[in-house]
Design a protein around this ligand. Structure first.
Ligand code: BES
Ligand code: ZN
Ligand code: ZN
Length: 493
């Protein structure tokens, strides 16, 4: 699918489809240009007759396109104008493209959705570009006969938005890369192959890459990553990628992502059903890598330390056992009472190492707990932190990007739930507050640096498709992280 920008008026632009957005209700004024003048009366009529309300992602194909250069028009609802975020426009774009891509077409033209909202033309351009790239992705990787048939060419009708187009492409590709890596099965993605894929991406960019193998992990005293990885024939790794976009800045942002390439639970083995989607357990790692690569491509003025501990959690005679005590890089000990609570173990070494490497601010992203899904549902990530200002910055970035995240408390009363009889802490906290006790363990490894933990267990992987994207990996949190690193200089903390 080629995406080209054009300033040709939709009145003459030749295409199989012309996609046009419309708000819900009368509050949203639709475009007032020539196309608007032509189509607004028609949209009003469709509203009156009840054929089209303009609800978010609602679609109505029209085969009467007189006055445009297109053969058909697809109206796409944008919801209420006051609720519009970049995500709204991305989703509407995706819904339209995916609906058209059920059949093969040559050319699809998109008007710039979102006219009348509070978003600038640049923000709208970026959002539509992102939506196009994300919707082009699919779970078709291993299918001979593809379900999705993206058009040969998408024409985006925008004027002078080169930077916004490039930004949208970079964000879209970052989300896509994350989705794609999650969708690849564990036969293809294991710690070593994950690193190879990252190496390929990083090669042409201003990034330095270092990978610790098992021997180096032992030298570095990273007993927790090694412990989790012991049961698998695939050795664990720690990937460290550095981007120095602001040499004069004394701040360094560490992005740390859980990279369990498959989570069987280990000896505390999961049920057959519980294991079915556990290729998604490296979504945090993929999303922090994708963000760092995007920052490098956008040449953002920020210093990023990206760390992903990678391990495959498997049962075997070599596995870590319930009752074992592991020693993390910072010397603290963890009693492993459930080998399925492995994410916090691999992250503990990585967080401690981020501190050693000079991180001044930390964000970690992890598919950490089923409990977070119980608390917040499938579409919302949990945010836990030791620093209110830093956490607000992350929450604000998510809100600007239009992704759903919500804070959970970190009161000190929770600390006692992970007290161990034999070690500094234990890796499970019992039935209550499971997302928080996971975060509480992690807190011991950030040395009181401003830190935010984002639990994406719910939104990282979709069991069902939605109008705007396939089931499977969602790339959730990448948009938020790119927003966060983009605002870094303006919001000094
Ligand atoms: N990877 C899982 C969490 C998860 C569950 C992610 C469902 C995505 C979807 C994690 O390693 C895990 O198994 N956590 C346990 C922790 C428990 C043993 C304390 C859980 O949530 O049950
Ligand atoms: Zn687990
Ligand atoms: Zn896991």
């Amino acid at each position: 699918m080629k995406i080209e920008c054009t300033t040709t008026s939709p009145a003459t632009l030749e295409a199989d489809w012309l996609v046009v957005g419309a708000w819900e209700g009368v509050g949203g004024k639709n475009s007032n240009d020539a196309l608007g003048k032509l189509l607004n009366p028609r949209i009003a009529k469709l509203r009156e007759s009840g054929d089209f309300e303009g609800k978010a992602n609602e679609l109505l194909p029209i085969y009467e396109s007189a006055g445009t250069g297109a053969r058909r028009i697809l109206f796409v609802g944008l919801g209420k104008v006051e609720n519009c975020t970049p995500m709204t426009l991305s989703k509407a774009t995706g819904a339209a493209l995916r609906s058209i891509a059920r059949k093969k077409f040559e050319t699809v033209a998109f008007t710039l959705l979102g006219d009348g909202s509070k978003l600038t033309p640049a923000e709208r351009t970026t959002a539509v570009m992102t939506g196009l790239l994300v919707a082009e992705g699919s779970q078709d990787i291993y299918r001979a006969k593809k379900n999705r048939k993206p058009p040969e060419t998408v024409l985006l009708v925008v004027s002078k938005q080169d930077a916004a187009v490039a930004r949208g492409r970079t964000i879209g590709e970052a989300v896509r890369w994350t989705m794609d890596l999650v969708n690849h099965p564990p036969i293809d993605i294991y710690p070593e192959s994950f690193c190879e894929r990252v190496r390929k991406e990083a090669e042409s960019l201003d990034l330095s890459l270092e990978v610790f193998d098992a021997k180096k992990l032992a030298e570095e005293k990273m007993g927790c990553i090694l412990g989790v990885g012991k049961g698998s024939d695939h050795e664990p790794r720690l990937l460290i990628m550095k981007y120095q976009g602001a040499p004069g800045d004394d701040r360094t942002l560490a992005l740390v992502g859980k990279g369990v390439t498959f989570d069987s639970g280990g000896l505390s083995i999961k049920t057959a059903e519980g294991m079915m989607t556990m290729k998604c357990d490296m979504a945090g790692a993929a999303s922090v890598v994708a963000t760092t690569i995007a920052a490098a491509r956008l040449k953002l003025p920020i210093n990023i330390l990206c760390l992903t501990p990678l391990a495959e959690n498997m049962p075997s005679s070599r596995s870590v056992k319930p009752g074992d005590v592991l020693t993390a890089k910072n010397g603290m000990t963890i009693e492993v009472l459930n080998t399925d609570a492995e994410g916090r173990l691999v992250l503990s070494d990585a967080l401690a190492h981020a501190v050693d490497l000079g991180a001044t601010h930390i964000v970690d992203v992890a598919t950490l707990t089923g409990a977070c899904m119980v608390a917040l549902g499938l579409g919302t990530a949990g945010v836990m932190s030791n620093d209110e200002a830093w956490s607000k910055q992350v929450l604000d970035a998510a809100s600007s990007a239009g992704e759903r995240v919500w804070p959970l408390p970190m009161f000190e009363e929770y600390d006692e739930l992970i007290r161990s009889g034999i070690a500094d802490m234990k890796n499970i906290g019992g039935r209550w507050g499971g997302a928080i006790t996971g975060a509480k363990l992690l807190q011991n490894f950030v040395a009181e640096k401003p830190w935010v933990h984002i639990d994406i267990a719910g939104p990282a992987f979709a069991e069902k498709e939605s109008p705007h994207q396939d089931a499977g990996g969602t790339g959730f949190i990448v948009r938020t992280l790119i927003e966060l690193v983009s605002q870094w200089t303006s919001k000094k903390n």
